[in-house]
Design a protein around this ligand. Structure first.
Ligand SMILES: [Zn+2]
Ligand SMILES: [Zn+2]
Length: 153
C-alpha cells in the first residue's frame, strides 16, 4: 500500500537504513508500513506482529522483534513505555519528535498524541534556572479519554 503522503517518509527511512549499511527488505518494509499510519502508532511487538501478518503471513515474531530492534538502533523507531506492561514503538518523525506528548487513557488504553508548545516556557525557565541545556523531554499524561469519560458518566 503506497499512498502519496507516506512516500517521503519511507524514502527517508530507506536512506537512513542505507547510510547504516542496511537494506529495506520487503519484510522491513511491511513493518514500516504497518506503523506509518499515525493512528497505528504506539504498537507493541505483538501488535506489530498481528498487523504485519495480515500482509505477510509467513513472518515470524522473532523477525519482527529483530527488525524493530534494528530500527530502534538506527534511529527510525523510538520505544515508549506507558506503564502497561510492554514497550510500544513509534516511527520517529524528526519534525515532531520534540514537543510531542502522549495522553494515555487508563480505561481503553488508547494513546493520543498532542503536538503543542505547552512546555516551551517551562523549558526555558528550567534552562535559565538550572543552567541545564535541554535537548528533549518525554511527557505522558494518564487519565480518561473523551469517549471513556462519557461512558463513566
Ligand atoms: Zn479511553
Ligand atoms: Zn507518540
Amino acid at each position: 500500500m503506497i499512498s502519496g503522503d507516506i512516500v517521503p517518509n519511507v524514502q527517508k527511512i530507506k536512506e537512513l537504513l542505507k547510510e547504516t549499511g542496511y537494506k529495506l527488505t520487503p519484510q522491513r518494509r511491511f513493518i514500516i508500513d504497518s506503523m506509518i499510519d499515525r493512528k497505528k502508532s504506539h504498537l507493541s511487538i505483538e501488535e506489530i506482529f498481528t498487523e504485519v501478518k495480515k500482509v505477510c503471513p509467513e513472518i515470524g515474531i522473532a523477525t519482527v522483534y529483530r527488525t524493530v530492534q534494528l530500527f530502534e538502533d538506527v534511529g527510525i523507531m523510538a520505544k515508549q513505555y506507558f506503564d502497561d506492561g510492554c514497550y510500544r514503538y513509534e516511527i520517529i518523525d524528526d519534525s515532531k519528535n520534540h514537543n510531542h506528548y502522549h495522553l494515555k487513557c487508563n480505561t481503553c488504553g488508547e494513546v493520543f498524541e498532542i503536538e503543542d508548545n505547552y512546555f516551551d516556557e517551562l523549558e526555558s525557565h528550567i534552562e535559565k534556572d538550572k543552567k541545564f541545556k535541554i535537548t528533549n523531554h518525554k511527557v505522558t499524561f494518564y487519565g480518561l479519554c473523551e469517549k471513556c469519560s462519557k461512558m463513566s458518566g
